[in-house]
Design a protein around this ligand. Structure first.
Ligand code: CTP
Ligand code: ZN
Length: 154
């Protein structure tokens, strides 16, 4: 490492979300509901160089474990992110987020006339048509939602 490089500290216990597409770290942080006011040590790196992706973002959160629901929400904005679970400085577990074929209950349909918006007990459901940029198709009314529509809801 030359004196022109800045190395970001390792964390002791917590979660590292790595290989986030460059520019999307703050969306990931928002999705997790983290404001920075929590008494948690956190590092966010944006547009740092990556062999695999050209540039990437990284979010390191000390002392936090992610729920499956949180991992699925991250997949909506960072479909290639890898999640590293750190215990006592060691990477204990590493996996990639994965968008399921269908998404239920996280996103609402944009169509006011959709049965999922009618007040009936119908859980919104979408087919994932495309990962990047994201394209969802409503299971009920067939309307498509794009990345920006989805981000606006998260
Ligand atoms: N990391 C960390 N604190 C630790 C251990 C790892 O912040 N105590 C971070 C590393 O900086 C890296 C990520 O967690 O961003 C994954 O660590 P590691 O598997 O050691 O790195 P790589 O082999 O580069 O991972 P990959 O193959 O997923 O690119
Ligand atoms: Zn619909």
């Amino acid at each position: 490492m030359s004196d022109k490089e800045l190395r970001v500290s390792k964390i002791k216990d917590g979660t590292v979300i790595d290989h986030i597409r460059g520019g999307y770290a703050l969306d990931v942080v928002n999705i997790l509901g983290i404001t920075g006011k929590e008494k948690r040590v956190m590092t966010i790196a944006i547009n740092v160089s990556s062999k695999r992706l050209g540039v990437k973002d990284i979010v390191k959160i000390e002392g936090k474990a992610l729920s499956m629901q949180e991992v699925n929400r991250i997949a909506l904005v960072a479909p290639h992110a890898s999640i590293n679970i750190i215990h006592n400085y060691i990477v204990n577990e590493k996996f990639e987020v994965k968008l399921p074929k269908t998404i239920e209950g996280i996103i609402k349909c944009n169509n006011p006339n959709c049965v999922s918006n009618s007040g009936e007990p119908v859980v919104p459901k979408f087919y994932v048509k495309q990962h990047e940029p994201l394209l969802l198709k409503c299971y009920y009314c067939g309307i498509t939602l794009e990345q920006l529509d989805v981000m606006g809801q998260l």
